[in-house]
Write a protein that binds this ligand. Structure first.
Ligand SMILES: [Zn+2]
Length: 68
């Protein structure tokens, strides 16, 4: 199950699922319907992938489920 993204209140800083605000992005993959951005959290050390998907004219941002 994918996870809703969080952004710090009144800021534009993307938060890790642990609440940490030090995410470093890595590889970016894209095709005609989605963009996948890899991140590593400096706080918890987990690797996450943020997906940006098009669905019936809407743009959906969410964390993909990860195994760690
Ligand atoms: Zn984290």
């Amino acid at each position: 199950m994918n996870v809703q993204i969080q952004i710090e209140a009144n800021q534009t800083v993307l938060l890790c699922r642990c609440g940490g605000n030090y995410l470093h992005h890595g590889a970016v993959q894209f095709d005609c319907e989605s963009v996948l951005i890899a991140f590593e959290c400096e706080i918890c050390g987990k690797h996450s992938t943020l997906s940006v998907n098009q669905h019936k004219g809407q743009t959906i941002l969410e964390w993909e489920a990860s195994s760690d």
